[in-house]
Ligand binder design. Sequence first.
Ligand SMILES: [Zn+2]
Length: 61
Amino acid sequence: MVNASTPLDPRRTTPMSTHVHVRLADDLAVTEDGDLVERYRCGCGATWTRVHRAEEGRPEG
Ligand SMILES: [Zn+2]
């Protein structure tokens, strides 16, 4: 039997304008320069990249 009259999931009918992104850690990598690159992904497909410079916050000497 095919579900022809399944009620719509309210969460799937929410307009994108009211969507609140949830940043989930997706990947973690270190570049050749020693920078830490974090990647985040939301369930809607949006992605973010955050780079932590290895040089910053590290006193010389
Ligand atoms: Zn999202």
